[in-house]
Write a protein that binds this ligand. Structure first.
Ligand code: HEM
Length: 418
């Protein structure tokens, strides 16, 4: 496959300016993919200048494939330092314990220990619960003939399912939701770090600590069929898995699995509303849903960027990524590379050239991908089946300012209740 998207006269042509537009929510408004194409066209090999370091920007599929498989690129605690998350209180201490930011050897070890709780079979056991939940959410709003698809639907699914996976009782969901919201605010690059939200992030982390420490104790006394019990069992033969590692893993699941999945469900619904032919196709052929889910993930990924670091000098297209340099993978750009995908900006639920970088690749491949897929499949299938005339209730929707976790602020939708 080799095609191209022409350079646009309507967008800046200086790489620094294009990059500044990508990073600025007002300047990139509804033009993100066009800006990615522009940057890939004018500067496929580009090193940006940022206050926290000078990252290499990856927008090409082929470069992403090479770099993520290169052992000289790593993901570890340097990210926590680079993005400047504030004081070394509970929030940052907890981040440093998370497997996602652990040094390579520790990551491998932790990942090996927690993988047992994340098999496809274990995720499939949650499918009936997801199906029941999405049905109930639609029932609740049915007579009203409309809802904010983000707040009333998408955001109510993953939190409940992560609690169920961990074994946290459903009545605790609102409390956990409050802590998760505060920890997300603390990590949101689009929100200025103030002493108030630093404290709120620390207090929310302490709330999580107390809650999960208590749940661990309960499961140690009387195990059940849930992830906390499974990790307590793993701990018996792994003396390097401390209670605080289990707690950090539980918190990581909320940080990595809640907003990402909710954002994807919202964006998949928008993609279908904007592409009625594809919505009709899915209604006629519901068995396409698993394949369609991969196309939603490619078309508008909820994780737009990830940062790795060079652990040695790495030659790169005649230049050198220096030891210590950050490397930013722009997943939305990689997934729309015309060298890899025919008509990359078209939603095509039957696409054959389907493969995406939305769950990452290699050692840090998304731990919750199976669960995310099930949630998206069930949430979208129910919308298509139950609300065949789903439409925008107003054009008053927009993306949230955050780029890393990219999603809709709200999506007012309507249907005819009959
Ligand atoms: C549509 C939804 C989701 C997307 C697009 C997504 C995407 C990703 C990506 C791109 C990474 C790798 C990040 C990197 O390399 O820097 C990742 C890692 C991770 N994800 Fe997901 N994720 C989703 C849902 C979930 C869910 C539902 C869970 C768990 C309940 C989860 C748990 C994790 C964890 C724990 C990691 C870290 C893995 C590691 O570092 O070894 N994710 N995810």
């Amino acid at each position: 496959m080799s095609s191209s998207v022409p350079i646009s006269d309507a967008l800046p042509t200086d790489p620094g300016e294009i990059f500044a537009h990508i990073m600025d929510p007002r300047k990139r408004r509804r033009k993100l993919v066009a800006l990615y194409h522009q940057l890939r066209n004018v500067a496929p090999v580009y090193q940006a200048t940022l206050p926290h370091g000078n990252p290499w920007i990856v927008t090409r599929w082929s470069d992403a494939e090479t770099l993520v498989r290169d052992p000289r690129l790593v993901k570890d605690g340097r990210l926590v330092d680079m993005v400047g998350l504030g004081n070394e209180g509970a929030y940052v201490q907890n981040m440093r314990r998370m497997l996602a930011f652990a040094p390579r050897e520790r990551h491998l070890r932790l990942r090996h220990l927690v993988n047992r709780g994340f098999t496809v079979g274990k995720a499939e056991r949650l499918r009936p619960g997801v199906r029941e939940l999405v049905g109930r959410l639609i029932d609740e709003r049915w007579d009203a003939g409309g809802m904010d698809l983000v707040a009333d639907y998408a955001f109510r699914i993953p939190m409940t399912m992560i609690c169920e996976l961990l074994g946290a009782p459903v009545e605790d969901v609102p409390t956990i939701e409050g802590w998760a919201a505060e920890t997300s605010r603390r990590g949101d690059e689009s929100i200025e770090l103030t002493p108030e939200n630093e404290t709120a992030g620390d207090e929310a982390t302490e709330g999580f600590w107390r809650y999960f420490q208590d749940l661990i104790e309960q499961r140690r006394r009387s195990p059940r069929d849930d992830l906390i019990s499974e990790l307590v069992e793993v701990q018996k033969s792994a003396d390097d898995l401390e209670d605080l590692d289990i707690v950090a893993t539980a918190i990581l699941l909320f940080q990595a699995g809640h907003e990402t999945t909710a954002n994807m469900i919202g964006k998949a619904a928008l993609a279908l509303i904007e592409n009625p032919d594809q919505s009709a196709l899915l209604r006629e052929r519901p068995e396409l849903i698993a394949h369609a889910t991969e196309e939603f993930l490619r078309y508008d990924t909820p994780v737009q960027l990830s940062v790795n670091f060079a652990d040695a000098d790495v030659p790169f297209h005649g230049r050198t990524i220096r030891d210590g340099d950050p490397v930013m993978l722009f997943r939305g750009a990689i997934n729309h590379d015309p060298e890899r995908f025919a008509e990359p900006d078209r939603l095509n639920l039957e696409r054959e050239d389907l493969a995406h970088h939305s769950f990452g690749l290699g050692a840090h491949f998304c731990l919750g991908a199976s669960l995310a897929r099930i949630e998206i499949q069930e949430a979208v299938s129910a919308l298509v089946r139950r609300l065949p005339d789903l439409r925008l209730a107003s054009d008053d929707w927009d993306y949230k300012p955050q780029l890393h976790l990219h999603g809709l602020e709200s999506l007012p939708v309507a249907w005819a209740a009959h």
